[in-house]
Design a protein around this ligand. Sequence first.
Ligand SMILES: CC1=C(CCC(=O)O)c2cc3nc(cc4[nH]c(cc5[nH]c(cc1n2)c(C)c5CCC(=O)O)c(CCC(=O)O)c4C)C(CCC(=O)O)=C3C
Ligand SMILES: [Fe+2]
Length: 314
Amino acid sequence: MSNQVGVLVMSYGTPQSMEDIEAYYTHIRRGNKPSEEQLRELTERYEAIVGGVFPLREHTNNQVESLEKTLAQDERASGVEFRCYQGLKHASPFIEDGVDAMAKDGIKRAVGIVLAPHYSMMSIGSYIKRAQAKAEEHGIEMSFVESYHLHPKLIEALSIRVSAKLDQFEEAGAKRDSVRVLFSAHSLPEKIVEMGDPYPEQLLETSKAVAKQAGIENWQFTWQSAGQTATPWLGPDILDTLQVLSKEQVEDVLVAPVGFVSDHLEVLYDLDIEAKAIAKELDMRLMRIDSLNNDPLYMETLSDCVIKSWQGIN
Ligand SMILES: CC1=C(CCC(=O)O)c2cc3nc(cc4[nH]c(cc5[nH]c(cc1n2)c(C)c5CCC(=O)O)c(CCC(=O)O)c4C)C(CCC(=O)O)=C3C
Ligand SMILES: [Fe+2]
């Protein structure tokens, strides 16, 4: 039996080009085309952040490539060749394409991991379901990493980023302790709470662990990037939180979007453009921590989780 083990690295996906936005948005909306206005609005947000390649595509490509290299260096993997395949939720190559590619290469066993640390049945749960269904069709045995929100190397990487920005606040004349750190993540429909979804709790656990390691007490958690649907989404939203903080006379805010692992629309637009504009109106200073992208500590987090998961099926 070949010692090739597949690694299906899953991520949200982003359009290939401006012309591709409608198809992408339609896929997110489960086959329902967006209205002209919705499409125009989303296109404008992308136009504000995209230079050449869509940022998330570049970062996902780099993360997949770096993970394969990191896995090759892990001595627990000696004698095993981990081959990484990309599988995207809403864009090509889709999750199913990634599994097909593994089957074509004769892969019999594989590990699936998502480029998002926190489990929700609406996020990770659905990635896994799709991968598992396709793997079964091909007779590929797969195990999955469900979350890694408290992995020590992830916490370390995030703490380093928080501390680095607090240094910058100090250099700019702020008192370190007076900077309010806002941990944030993508909101989800409120109904997930009744369904017992671990997502909010896991996010709070990550936030607490990072706050502890970075030695900060002045922090809170807030949601961001909620969708516009008829049902309520988890709040408070960061834009409302900024208003409240302004009334509390908070002047300095550091946003740490711990639910995301790379630079993309929700970071580059929703935080860097939208939230920053509100902060400016409120006369507050707002910074955000650098994204993980292919930080070695993040790659080692993923690599460690993949190897542990593979040991479970080996
Ligand atoms: C939990 C979660 C994550 C984090 C975990 C994970 O990474 O999986 C995440 C990440 C991302 N979400 C992204 C983009 C979008 N998400 C949308 C809409 C939605 N997101 C949802 C959830 C999440 N999304 C949900 C429940 C919807 C409503 C529709 C539905 O029920 O599915 C829409 C539609 C328009 C809008 O609502 O703004 C867009 C454009 C991008 C790519 C950005 C880029 O291209 O740079 C990324 C990384
Ligand atoms: Fe999303």
